[in-house]
Design a binder for this molecule. Sequence first.
Ligand SMILES: Cc1ncc(C[n+]2csc(CCOP(=O)(O)OP(=O)(O)O)c2C)c(N)n1
Ligand SMILES: [Mg+2]
Length: 344
Amino acid sequence: MAQVVPAEHDLRRVIDGDGEVDGLGPDDLLDLYRALVLLRTYDERSVVYHRQGRIGTYAIYWNHEAMQAGSVHALADDDWIFPSYRESAIGLLRGMPPSTVLSWWRGHPAGWWNPADYNVASICVPIGTHVPHAAGLAWGKRLRGEKSVAIAYFGDGATSEGSFHEGANFAAVMRAPLILFCNNNQWAISTPLSAQTRAETLADKAVGYGMPGVRVDGGDVLAVYEATREAAERARNGEGPTFIEAVTYRSAPHATADDPSVYIDASRVEEERRNECVGRYEAYLRRAVLLTDAAVEETRAWAADLMRGGIAAAEAEPPADPELLFENVFALPPANLREGWLGG
Ligand SMILES: Cc1ncc(C[n+]2csc(CCOP(=O)(O)OP(=O)(O)O)c2C)c(N)n1
Ligand SMILES: [Mg+2]
């Protein structure tokens, strides 16, 4: 049986006190910066592309970048990532072209990828249903004696779903090498965290499954990195899953189809936006004299170029073949489809 560890209640922080993380040199710190800028640029351009009618409804992740970049940086390339729609562009950190993710949001088959090419599973839109998938994959790795781990990303709202609980329990019982990464942005569309749980913290839920639960400041990329690295080490050592609660406050609409002004705390959003995670890390690197104005400009230009190329490539895709709608759906298409739509 796993040891039951009380959840850590204090939020871990590194950046604000100008702390350091063992083993992270200047190159790693700058890699993390590039990852943050890439994700931020993807997100901001996507909102523009949506307004221009070039992509469909889009789930904004502005100010969630530190949770995504910090955790992925703590993984090895053969570790598996299970994203939700909030982490739609996380594949970019594994070398996936922006055009692939943009095509996904355009509803185009060029947005489908083979998960084995990047060790990134399909983007999961149903809340929490990927948690058991990630637990199963992680358990499979353990059974095969492989050292890789899996990470599943989900939100605060997902912790009320059955599939989260099933996946968490299964992973703990099987000692699956899984990281349960909860982005607690305190909203599930318009449902606040207070209506989601009576638990004092979401990390407390880990206690019931006999796994460690840690809480980090979700806007602190280094704290996220450190917590994920520890969780990955535990998983690789056969000590089973860890629940990470990364705390933030959603400071953008849930998605391009949402109007949060009718429910969200505007002053809290303002405060979050002033303290957003990319700027916070940029200031940290400048204080450490690791980042110059020229490097900032160069990184932003690099990311903007990638996005320009990405949307051009996505829009250059030929229209999708409508017959694809039926492929991989039926082993044997019914007669009316075979004769009608599919042309006999
Ligand atoms: C099974 C299921 N039920 C309902 C929905 C509709 N839905 C889409 S996003 C969302 C809120 C999820 O909130 P949270 O888990 O906190 O993630 P966040 O969007 O804040 O990252 C809901 C209920 C869904 N996609 N899947
Ligand atoms: Mg949420």
